[in-house]
Unconditional design. Structure first.
Length: 256
């Protein structure tokens, strides 16, 4: 099939169907260890949100999801809040920003389909630029999950997050830790075997970490903490990711 035929065939799909097609062709789709990694991460995000809500006394709540992707975390938080709206957050709003127009189209369709029009709003564009459009202290809870490592200048975004965070608000940022032993071992195996057929663009030899998936701003957690403090954010807790590292070659190991 040539490129013109491929473009014609893709035009037959809706944005939602295209997203499903791309996801199913991704190696993550059939990797149960990769699914576990993402489940564990999102389970922890939900826990942190609930802990934050239990300490709040205000009825209003504004949540921001930076780099919201296809909206999975956005809907996860909205549904959790919706179940507690009467007691904890009757006036809650969730805002998502993503640079990919197909992500925003998909979220808007899902918002209409699931009846969250009064609670979820999304915007398409560069998150660094959008951070400057909101007034200071606009959000009580800000999530930025697996995003900062993709940015050429994460310092600007971290400063923007600090400006938008309301008093006594909470920020949750997740990102790979290049000093994590399990990640480094996994990267070595991936570079050696490449069983997952992941295109490797660059190898950062000093860290032993594969810079694929567009990870261009990888740092260890101490460097991130320094950046957060310099932006005026106080680090409350640091949580490690799942012990199991998500790779298809691990799926074949009976012990996992």
């Amino acid at each position: 099939m040539n490129s013109e035929e491929a473009k014609h065939n893709q035009a037959d799909f809706t944005p939602i169907e295209l997203r499903l097609l791309r996801y199913q062709n991704n190696w993550h789709y059939n990797s149960y260890t990769a699914h576990y990694v993402w489940w564990k991460k999102r389970f922890r995000i939900k826990q942190l949100l609930l802990e934050f809500l239990q300490r709040r006394t205000k009825s209003s709540l504004r949540i921001l999801d930076l780099g919201c992707g296809d909206g999975y975390d956005l809907f996860l938080m909205a549904k959790e809040i919706n179940s507690l709206k009467k007691t904890m957050a009757p006036d809650a709003r969730c805002v998502g920003i993503d640079i990919a127009s197909e992500n925003i189209d998909y979220i808007r369709k899902r918002v209409a389909y699931e009846g969250y029009s009064d609670m979820i709003e999304v915007y398409q564009g560069d998150i660094g630029e959008y951070l400057e459009k909101f007034p200071p202290a606009s959000f009580d809870f800000i999530l930025c999950s697996e995003v900062v490592e993709h940015l050429p200048g994460p310092e600007k975004v971290v400063l923007g997050i600090s400006r938008l965070l309301a008093s006594r608000g909470r920020v949750v940022i997740t990102t790979p830790n290049i000093r994590n032993t399990i990640s480094r071992i996994g990267a070595r195996f991936r570079r050696k075997k490449n069983q997952c057929k992941v295109p490797i663009s660059t190898i950062e030899e000093d860290e032993g970490l594969c810079l694929c998936y567009g990870h261009i701003s990888l740092r260890n957690y101490r460097d991130w903490v320094k950046l957060f403090y310099s932006a005026g954010l106080r680090t409350v807790n640091i949580h490690r990711g799942p012990l199991v590292y998500g790779y298809c070659w691990l799926d074949e190991k009976p012990v996992i």
